[in-house]
Design a protein around this ligand. Sequence first.
Ligand code: PMV
Length: 337
Amino acid sequence: MTVCEAPGKVYLFGEHAVVYGEPAVPAAIERRARVTAEPREDDHVRVTAEDLSLDGFTVEYAGGTGERPDIDAPAPLVEAAMGYVDAAVRQARSAADAPDAGFDITVESEIPLGAGLGSSAAVVVAGIDAATRALGEPLDRRELADRAYRAEFEVQDGQASRADTFCSTMGGAVRVEGDDCEPIDAPNLPFVIGFDGGAGDTGELVAGVRELREEHRFAADTVRSIGDIVRAGEELLADAVPEADPSRELLEELGDLMDFNHGLLSALGVSARSLDAMVWAARDAGAHGAKLTGAGGGGCIVALDPGEETPTALSFTQGCEEAFRAELATEGVRAVD
Ligand code: PMV
């Protein structure tokens, strides 16, 4: 039995624009998805996911075929999660050159599904890592990240950047620009997350931005401006002391850029009333900056605040279901005993 766990992430800057070749800086957070893989005698895949839905489910099927198993899914999100597990199995089989390998797989996750915290990437990364290790063919991190990206790309019909999967594999903060991905140094940023209990449809939101960008020059300029914000943010991070507590001045400067980034994402139509309410509640409570994270439309915001004011204020904000502090996960995917 092999168990691997991979972290979720927040976007410090750059979601959506990264789809059009601008850079983005996601950062891994200490909320993990854990996947257990046990090879089977036959070529079937049995998936148990206790906490991906209220009821949990177990399904056994002739897996890795690319066809969604016919399950009585308790929710569309659970069906989507199955798609990611299946894609991870296919990647593991191809990496280990074991096309008929079967597995019993268990998925547990502390990351809300589809809420902008990279839950699907974490499941795919941990899934490929666990399944290839279980077959005695562990992958190096670069290949793991690449295969995880290909799995996401397939499930999301070609609309995925490398950001989530690379960040979840490597941990820490990373910089992604097209196919170019590198870990970067970052201080211990005091992330506070607000979650509205919902989720956006990444495919629809990405398509919406694409349409706007094709129709209006000002929308294309907005996407480029997000790229400028990312570049400014990178410079600030490069001057900071890695893995140390950041100065107040640095938090203020990063926070201003996050606020600006949120405004531009709003202009592109990917915010939501609940996300805006949480962003303003965080700012009113004294957070240094706040923005939505991920595809938007619903889900999570991320704010910077070393104190307790922002989590407390968020927990009293209408539309906020959960508020929590999240540490930077300096370690990416890892095998656990
Ligand atoms: O909502 P998430 O965590 O899957 O992030 C989506 C980020 C986008 O830039 C909108 C799409 C992508 O694949 O980069």
